[in-house]
Every structure is written in structure tokens, then in C-alpha cells.
Design a protein around this ligand. Structure first.
Ligand SMILES: [Zn+2]
Length: 62
């Protein structure tokens, strides 16, 4: 993912860090699924989470 041309919707800055909490997102109907990792894009200036992206969305189908 290219975060270079993103802009914070809260403060307008464009410095971000990407992070994960290692809590996987699981499909509603398959709670035993391993699920997929979430990646947060966080504004370094104000802490706004500008994007939450699922790393391997196809894992939600398994
Ligand atoms: Zn910001």
C-alpha cells in the first residue's frame, strides 16, 4: 500500500506510521477461522487512524 500520498483527514499532515494489534479480523460465520491481520495507518502528528486495512482479505473466505 502506498501511504506517501495520503493526507490526514483530521489535521492535514502526511506523515504516517503503520501498525497492527495482532488481533485478527474473523468472518462472522466462521469464528474458529484464523482470520486476517489488520494494519492501521496512524497519523504521526495527531494519532488519527486514517485507514484500517486487512492484510490478506482472502483469508476471510476460509
Ligand atoms: Zn493527523
Amino acid at each position: 500500500m502506498n501511504i506517501a500520498d495520503k493526507k490526514c483527514t483530521n489535521c492535514g499532515e502526511n506523515s504516517f506510521v503503520q501498525a497492527t494489534d495482532y488481533i485478527n479480523l474473523r468472518p462472522l460465520d466462521k469464528k474458529m477461522s484464523i482470520g486476517a491481520e489488520r494494519v492501521y495507518t496512524v497519523c504521526l502528528n495527531c494519532g488519527e487512524v486514517v485507514s484500517i486495512q486487512v492484510k490478506d482479505p482472502e483469508k476471510l473466505l476460509k
